[in-house]
Design a protein around this ligand. Structure first.
Ligand code: THU
Length: 133
């Protein structure tokens, strides 16, 4: 097990601090790095209409894709849960869309780590052949 990437950890913690979680009170921050070295972060953003809430991992992927990014090499998920929060099923599919090979590191305030590749977290993820769009 490698120590968490300090830059991704700092970005995920900063996003964690901005999480909007007034309903669950469960904050999550995520940060990912593109092959070009750019870091994109996201937090969970809940809604009074509960089903409209957005997970931290999805916020980070939306930020990357909205900036033109189409790939990432690593994603770090920070929470203050033990064991550390692991991407939900929907987030696994969203991560898989862009980076099945990326390294996932789930870490918490205690330094506990759960890690693996996206494709380990989501075996047999769904893909469609597509052109650039
Ligand atoms: N959540 C995330 O943001 N990422 C995860 O990996 C698990 C769950 C959020 C969704 C919701 O705002 C809160 O945590 C409780 O489920």
């Amino acid at each position: 097990m490698n120590p968490p990437d300090p830059e991704l950890l700092a970005a995920a913690k900063a996003a964690f601090a901005n999480a909007y979680a007034p309903y669950s009170h469960f904050r999550v921050g995520a940060a990912l790095r593109t092959p070009g070295g750019q870091v994109h972060a996201g937090a969970n953003v809940e809604n009074a209409s509960y089903g409209l809430g957005r997970c931290a991992e999805q916020s980070a992927v939306q930020s990357m894709a909205s900036s033109g990014g189409r790939e990432f090499s690593a994603v770090l998920v920070y929470s203050e849960a033990s064991p550390p929060a692991s991407p939900c099923g929907a987030c696994r599919q969203v991560l898989f869309e862009f980076a099945p090979e990326a390294q996932v590191t789930c870490v918490n305030h205690l330094g506990e780590v759960v890690e693996g590749q996206v494709k380990d977290f989501l075996p047999h993820g769904f893909r469609l052949e597509h052109g650039e769009g």
